[in-house]
Design a protein around this ligand. Sequence first.
Ligand SMILES: [Zn+2]
Length: 309
Amino acid sequence: MATLFVTHPDCIAHDPGAGHPESPARLSAVLKALDEPQFRTLIRQEAPLGRKSDAARVHGARFVEAVLASVPQSGRTALDPDTFLSKASGQAALRAIGAITCAVDAVVAGEANNGFCAVRPPGHHAEPDRPMGFCLFNSVAIAARHAQAAHGFGRVAIVDFDVHHGNGTQAVAQDDASLFFASSHQFPLYPGTGASDETGLGNVVNMPLAAGTDGAGFRRAFETRILPALDAFAPELVLVSAGFDAHRADPLAGLELEESDFGWVTSRLLEAAQHHAKGRLVSILEGGYDLKALAGSAAAHVQALMTQD
Ligand SMILES: [Zn+2]
């Protein structure tokens, strides 16, 4: 068994426009990094198209249809000041859902140890009734609902180490004790949520970090707060919103992580998954806007996943 790697060319075709930080080049940089010889044992798979019925578990069928109907035939449509659709965006967003739901299915079936989905657009800012912050559908929350509906899991954890707070994922988890959501993020920063007193039903853990926090501070946040809470929740499946914009080189934020910190946190999350969830862990790409830092950090993340092989 090995690590599953899922992506699709449609996710490169999604184009929010020249100069937008969430660029097609991001995914190309990740794919190039994972083409190196040390990744040859990855199980590579093209993402199927995600089902609208899966997306509807989080967003409702009307919202799903409305977002897909707003995709332009040419040019661009803006859903908010940051979030743009091009002709390929609907297909890309459905591939992102298809990637993570099929990775969950494969890991549950024992066809892979764990999985990483290199897709875009990202998803963790998308709220049940609102696309925002480069995100159309909340792929990781959709995967959690899919895991519950299709595989009967009672407890699914989502851990988000993107530098921005996963407000959309929190909106899904905060009223439902069958989900656990933990986030480390720079605070204050977009989208403005994620204070430490936002705890949901006791199933939400927010770890706001001041600008300038380095890898040691990040690791402390996980060791003292997030990992113990994850352990207490005892998840049957661990999903990861893997954004790499907390890297010190990232232009959109001010944390000071190194590539090795992403490898470290991945290993700790894998340990939790091994302890409680038979190793079942699936991660999905969220942010990361410095191409070199993104590529190196994603490589460190996948390398850590592969150590379970
Ligand atoms: Zn981000």
